[in-house]
Design a binder for this molecule. Structure first.
Ligand code: ASP
Length: 318
């Protein structure tokens, strides 16, 4: 029987044990576990990799702890603008949205774009109009409000700074209740098809309609059965310039590197040279999983049909 597996991330950045309370750590691990189980259940019932990554992402988008969907960070203007992408490695069909508002689960809208739009990438008001036309679930602004995100944004709103939602050195009071994390999932199903999905609120205090790597096919999200499915998290600009997710695929295709080697080269060499803090999760069509990051931590987890399951936050040595 073909092995199947799913891996997820909930963001990477300056995530260290000293800043975490036991209760918060437990809540993150539970959030990861719930999402892993939702995605795994789809695979276990013979469902597709696309449906598995979507199921996992919906759970993470609905969890206020993570910077996606409901828990999205505030922009410079004090609103949430969300980005998401999904890609099917079997067909290389892809769908993505950027700068959408009030969409409860942006990953569902990305999938609608993939299946029903004849396009790959929709943005802003047009993407919201498409959401209404397709009957994708919308929620009022209050649904996306959380005091923590608001306080986090207040620290930055009078400046030109923007930040990775995970990086708050010096903001002591926020450390106690630190919530962050773009979310992503990759999966390999029982038929050896793979898929990737990523969803995010982007970076706190972003402006001018800034879009990161997450919804950009090839940068933050990519899937091709012939090589790998990848979902990235971190400082989006260097990930875009490195075309990070597609780079892993290219290293496998043209240099015959394994998934592990290709991700290592990209995360620990290429992105480091470009000061690209963050990480990525990847899977191949044999259900091999790799999760790598060059930051202090990355919320992550995996589960496979061999019975392996793990959820982690910090570097292995911590
Ligand atoms: N990569 C995302 C962005 O730049 C942020 C993150 O991963 O937290 O929008």
């Amino acid at each position: 029987m073909q092995n199947f597996a799913i891996a997820i991330h909930g963001g990477a950045g300056t995530i260290v044990k000293e800043d975490m309370t036991p209760a918060l750590e437990k809540a993150y691990l539970k959030g990861l576990e719930d999402a892993l189980n939702a995605g795994y259940a789809v695979l276990d019932q013979g469902g597709t990799a696309v449906n598995a990554v979507k199921a996992a992402i919906v759970v993470l988008e609905d969890n206020l702890l993570f910077n996606a969907g409901r828990g999205s960070v505030f922009t410079k203007k004090g609103v949430q603008e969300m980005d998401a992408a999904i890609m099917d490695g079997k067909t290389t069909a892809a769908g993505a949205v950027a700068g959408v508002r009030n969409v409860r689960n942006p990953i569902e809208l990305a999938e609608e774009v993939m299946i029903n739009s004849n396009h790959v990438f929709l943005s802003g008001k047009g993407a919201n109009d498409f959401a209404i036309k397709q009957g994708v679930k919308l929620e009022p602004d209050e649904f996306f409000f959380s005091q923590f995100r608001y306080d986090q944004w207040k620290q930055l709103r009078d400046s030109d700074n923007y930040s990775l939602d995970h990086t708050h050195q010096g903001l002591e009071e926020l450390m106690q209740d630190k919530k962050f994390g773009t979310v992503g999932a990759v999966a390999c199903d029982i038929n050896g098809n793979i898929a990737a999905a990523t969803s995010t609120g982007g970076m706190t205090n972003k402006k001018y309609g800034r879009i990161g790597d997450s919804p950009i096919i090839g940068a933050g999200t990519f899937a091709n059965n012939a090589t790998c499915a990848i979902s990235c998290t971190g400082h989006g600009e260097p990930f875009i310039r490195a075309v990070a997710a597609h780079r892993v695929s290219s290293l496998m295709e043209f240099k015959n590197l394994s998934l592990e080697e290709a991700m290592h080269e990209t995360v620990h060499k290429k992105l480091m040279e470009m000061e690209g803090e963050g990480g990525m999760i990847g899977i191949d069509a044999n259900a091999n999983v790799s999760m790598q990051f060059n930051s202090a931590g990355m919320y992550r987890g995996m589960r496979n049909s061999k019975g392996e399951i793990s959820m982690n936050i910090y570097k292995e040595s911590e």
